[in-house]
Design a binder for this molecule. Structure first.
Ligand code: WAQ
Ligand code: MG
Length: 278
């Protein structure tokens, strides 16, 4: 039997003026979140890990930490991670160009890319992701302040060990990379999703990624400037997809990573795009 353990930590606005600024929902400013699927005997350690993370976060000290533990009755869908690669990039300006290059190549429109870049350039208040139609660029998730939170995802201990081994070849075996790759792999396993763009909301984490089934998980260094409080995630869905079906899958369907695809070092964008599926 598996349990979903998820955490969200938030703080109230510092200068309180009701109804103004970055906290229109009254739910507080998002600090950090986490989710995983665990066996019963793993829950205590998972909760400890969530608490430590919430209390030690670079976005600030939370006023409240919510940890939710739910029994999962459905057998999780088993997936592999996306192949991982790092894109050669030296500046924020060229990162934008590379994002466009990747996304245009898989038929995400200029319009949709513009919408997405605006979303991830906002000071991050969302704790979830925006869903944007890949041609019209229309944003379709129902709650703009919250976004859609991908949940009920995990990795088996064995696959976790294999992933650590792969990532450590490139000195990338840390929670941030592991969790982002697991999340992106669930998102990519959602049929209507064509691609994802992610910029961390952590002020000191400047690497983001573009991901898709076509070219895998492509890490982009210098996707934002150091100390910027911007960040966010955007999932591009097929123009005619039904958003509710995708949202329900992303939020509710349990997905477990049971296999690891190869990880690669640094490559140029054209090498990655030219070798679709790596
Ligand atoms: N579901 C949907 N959106 C989420 C989730 C989730 N479970 N968790 C975070 N987000 C959104 C939310 O808007 C955050 O503001 C934004 O993503 C960034 O979240 O290979 O650290 O946890 O070096 O700050 C990517 C690169 C790091 C890792 C991503 O994201 C690498 C990261 P963060
Ligand atoms: Mg963060």
């Amino acid at each position: 039997m598996l349990y979903s353990v998820r955490m969200r930590a938030s703080k109230q606005r510092e200068k309180k003026r009701p109804g103004s600024g970055a906290d229109p929902t009254g739910n507080g400013i998002h600090i950090s979140g986490a989710e995983g699927l665990y066996r019963k005997e793993e829950i205590a350690a998972a909760v400890d890990g969530c608490t430590a993370r919430a209390l030690g976060h670079s976005r600030g000290e939370p006023d409240s930490i919510f940890i939710t533990i739910e029994k999962i009755t459905e057998a999780p869908k088993r997936i592999r991670t996306l192949p991982l690669v790092t894109v050669r990039n030296r500046s924020c300006e060229s990162a934008r160009r590379l994002i466009r290059e990747f996304l245009l190549n898989i038929s995400v429109s200029e319009e949709a890319i513009r919408t997405a870049l605006e979303i991830v350039s906002e000071p991050a208040a969302m704790r979830g992701a925006a869903i944007v139609r890949a041609r019209s660029g229309l944003r379709v998730d129902p709650d703009y302040h919250r976004g859609v939170r991908v949940s009920r995802l995990g990795i088996t201990p064995r696959a976790g060990q294999n992933l650590s081994r792969e990532l450590s070849r490139y000195a990338l075996d840390c929670d941030t990379v592991r969790e982002a790759l697991i999340l992106a792999s669930k998102v990519a396993s959602c049929g209507p999703v064509i691609a994802e763009l992610c910029v961390s909301d952590d002020p000191d984490y400047t690497t983001g990624y573009v991901a898709s089934r076509a070219f895998g998980y492509a890490r982009l260094p210098h996707i934002k400037r150091r100390n910027a409080r911007t960040g966010g995630r955007v999932f591009f869905i097929r123009e005619n997809a039904i958003p509710d079906a995708a949202i329900s899958y992303l939020e509710k369907t349990p997905v477990m990573v049971t296999g690891i695809s190869p990880c690669h070092g640094t490559c140029s964008a054209s090498e990655i795009i030219g070798h679709r599926h790596l």
